[in-house]
Design a protein around this ligand. Structure first.
Ligand SMILES: NC(=O)c1ccc[n+]([C@@H]2O[C@H](COP(=O)([O-])OP(=O)(O)OC[C@H]3O[C@@H](n4cnc5c(N)ncnc54)[C@H](O)[C@@H]3O)[C@@H](O)[C@H]2O)c1
Length: 262
């Protein structure tokens, strides 16, 4: 070990100048993750379906002193994500990291689950994770490097009485997709991991927050006794995007206050 090694260690978590695409970048968590990554020096491309909400996310990153670009895309539409990738390459000439945050939740009792709703969740969460992985993965293969961080959930780990037949199934699929791509693409030096948080209080979970009984069921299952905070998710995402995680692939990092520990 020498001074060069010390410098490498000091920069292990730096994302300086890394070009990072964040899907669902205008959502409650996506916006925070984008701003959080920018705090470590990343150049952010926020993507989502609505230009107006993306503009707000860009403002968030710039307020933190970061650089951000907004590009409209629908993650369930392959042509749309293909165009997104072309626009990112036209703007920066390369792309280093993909963070898939886009997702939806629809909850119903399983025996009453509307099949159209079931398909919507699977399409948004599973296909909507796979399409960006496929398109940016092909670019990473060509570059000979790249990192992908998917967003799973504790609902991928165990069932829950709150109507998660579609959502839990979709997140379970994201876990296995993460492991599958990790094993398939290690030879191209592509890392594929996922963060799997417990509940946050965002519009996605509004109906849980408003239902005292359901809220108690959730909090009783979390040893730390509280919901997750955006910064809990930022920490693990930054780690998985950084050189500190160069030898980590195919892992699901539960950000859950101990929920899946016991
Ligand atoms: N909120 C929670 O408690 C919680 C817990 C665990 C995991 N998660 C996961 O975190 C992610 C973000 O959740 P959130 O709470 O910020 O939700 P959110 O609804 O605030 O944000 C999700 C974003 O994804 C976007 N999106 C949905 N479908 C899309 C599509 N087809 N194309 C492009 N963008 C699309 C939405 O427009 C929205 O901006 C989701 O994957 C969710 O499953 C959330």
């Amino acid at each position: 070990m020498d001074k060069k090694w010390d410098l490498k260690i000091k920069n292990l978590f730096s994302l300086k100048d890394k070009v990072v695409v964040v899907t669902g970048g205008a959502g409650s968590l996506g916006e925070g993750v984008a701003r959080g990554l920018a705090n470590f020096g990343a150049r952010i491309v926020v993507t989502g379906r609505t230009a107006a909400t993306l503009a707000k996310a860009v403002g968030q990153v710039r307020e933190a002193g970061g650089e951000a670009l907004a590009i409209v895309a629908d993650v369930t539409d392959e042509n749309s994500v293909q165009k997104l990738s072309e626009q990112v390459l036209a703007a920066y000439g390369r792309v280093d990291i993909l963070v898939n945050v886009a997702g939806i939740a629809i909850r119903h009792p399983a025996e009453e689950f509307d099949i159209a709703d079931f398909r919507k969740v699977i399409d948004a969460n599973v296909t909507g994770t796979f399409i960006p992985c496929k398109i940016f993965g092909a670019i990473f293969k060509q570059q000979g490097y790249g990192k992908i961080v998917n967003t799973s959930s504790v609902r991928a780990f165990a069932g829950h009485p709150g109507g998660y037949a579609a959502y839990g199934t979709s997140k379970g699929a994201i876990n296995l997709l993460t492991k599958q791509l990790a094993t398939e693409w290690a030879k191209y030096h592509i890392n594929v991991n996922a963060v799997a948080p417990t509940i946050f209080w965002t519009p996605l979970t509004q109906e849980v927050l408003e239902n005292e009984k359901l809220k108690k069921i959730f909090l009783d299952r979390i040893p730390f006794g509280r919901a997750a905070l955006v910064e809990d998710m930022v920490g693990s995402t930054v780690y998985l995007c950084s050189a500190a995680a160069d030898f980590i692939t195919g892992q699901i990092v539960y950000v859950d206050g101990g929920c899946t520990a016991g």
